[in-house]
Design a protein around this ligand. Structure first.
Ligand SMILES: Cc1cc2nc3c(=O)[nH]c(=O)nc-3n(C[C@H](O)[C@H](O)[C@H](O)COP(=O)(O)O)c2cc1C
Length: 383
């Protein structure tokens, strides 16, 4: 199947699977433990039935909205994902950021990006946010955020669901590491993926590009060793306070699943509460995010925006999250399958597919603007 023939996100997944070495595809595709959260994230949308309003003039549909102060053409955007050059060795985040810009959606860059915030900003002068994991050394956090702000990033997304990395069993089974280490397993897996291998060989060495300059010669375990030894497992609400103060407005906390935490997030100054379980890569058997939206909305009481993600593979999934009360929706794997399938063009294809599906869902629902996507239209499954 060619990129232009991909009708849905699952088709892009099929192409990505064909093009990427198994260890790389599985790194995108996999989740933690028994992958229950991962599977349910996608299937749970099917349990929410839709009703629709008839005989409404839907000739004009306005999909524009505002998420965390950012006006945007569409209510969905690209979620931060680490090491994008793994999936597209030549450009990685630059291709993803350009596709977002071209399509008119917000781009969010991971702390563990394999391109610098400055280069990403050059590739995408449009709206963009930066995601943060907290480092033990406060000065590293401050320097990173200062650089991101100077480069033009206007939102900071603090991820709080990764105190330790989830147990993702596909990775050790595939002998996977970032950057990929030459070994027999890799050799076998890339033998049938010459395109990816060729790109990798021609591209500069992969690294967490925003921190490469901080790595001393004596650091054990190279770049990833440095990263692992620097992440803090002791982040608490106190840290959130100084980070919010240091960054200023445009601050979201990503990885919230409980109303009481959502309320506390708003109390410490979050402008958006982001309901996420890291795409099923962290705590397995987490409750599907779509189930949680009303509880979080109730706790937040309109004092902050609500972003949600997890398992979004269809435009109707975006609509359902909005009908449950989300302000904005983030796409993780949907855009990653796109980049794996065809680089920048593949991400564009993913965004186009989701947009077209979303627009047609709105028309079929009889909704002409985002505010008309209300919970009345949904039939909620028994919890
Ligand atoms: C390969 C991969 C890498 C990710 N890296 C990050 C990251 O660096 N920071 C972060 O906050 N979330 C990260 N996430 C989580 C996504 O931002 C998002 O929450 C999740 O993918 C949403 O679920 P979905 O993939 O089903 O859309 C990652 C997800 C994937 C699949």
């Amino acid at each position: 199947m060619k990129l232009k023939d991909a009708l849905n996100i699952d088709d892009l997944r099929t192409i990505a699977k064909r093009k990427l070495p198994r260890m790389v595809f599985d790194y995108i595709d996999g989740g933690s433990d028994d992958e229950v959260t991962l599977r349910r994230a996608v299937s749970r949308y099917d349990d929410y039935g839709m009703t629709w309003r008839v005989l409404k003039d839907v000739a004009e549909i306005d999909t524009s909205t505002t998420i965390m102060g950012q006006d945007t053409r569409l209510p969905f955007f690209i979620s931060p994902t680490a090491s994008t050059r793994l999936f597209h060795p030549a450009e990685g985040e630059l291709a993803m950021a350009r596709a977002a810009r071209e399509h008119g959606v917000i781009y969010a860059c991971s702390t563990l990006a394999t391109q610098t915030v400055e280069d990403i900003a050059k590739a995408n002068p449009g709206p963009k946010w930066v995601q943060l994991y907290v480092w033990k050394d406060k000065e590293i956090v401050k320097e990173f955020l200062t650089r991101a702000k100077e480069a033009g990033f206007t939102g900071c997304l603090l991820t709080v669901d990764l105190a330790v990395a989830g147990k993702r069993e596909r990775d050790p089974r595939n002998q996977f590491s970032v950057p990929p280490k030459p070994n027999l397993s890799l050799a076998r897996q890339v033998a049938t993926k010459p395109g990816w291998m060729w790109d990798l060989i021609r591209s500069p060495k992969m690294s967490p590009a925003n921190f490469s300059h901080m790595i001393g010669k004596g650091d054990q375990g190279g770049l990833m060793g440095f990263v692992n030894s620097q992440f803090s497992r002791s982040v608490t609400w106190k840290d959130v306070e100084w980070i919010r103060e240091f960054w200023g407005p445009g601050f979201a906390i990503k990885g919230i699943s409980r109303g009481e935490d959502a309320k506390r997030a708003v109390d410490v100054g979050a402008d958006a509460v982001w309901i996420s379980n890291h795409g099923g890569r962290q705590l397995d058997t987490s409750v599907p995010t779509i189930d949680l939206v009303p509880e979080i909305a109730e706790a937040v009481r309109g004092r902050a925006d609500i972003i949600a993600d997890g398992g979004v593979r269809r435009g109707s999934h975006v609509a359902k999250l909005l009908m449950r009360g989300a302000t904005g929706v983030a796409l993780g794997r949907a855009s990653l399958y796109g980049i794996g399938a065809g680089g920048e063009a593949g991400v564009r294809r993913a965004l186009t597919i989701i947009e077209e599906e979303f627009r047609s869902t709105m028309a079929l629902l009889g909704a002409t603007k985002i505010s008309e996507l209300d919970p009345e239209l949904l039939r909620i499954p028994k919890m």
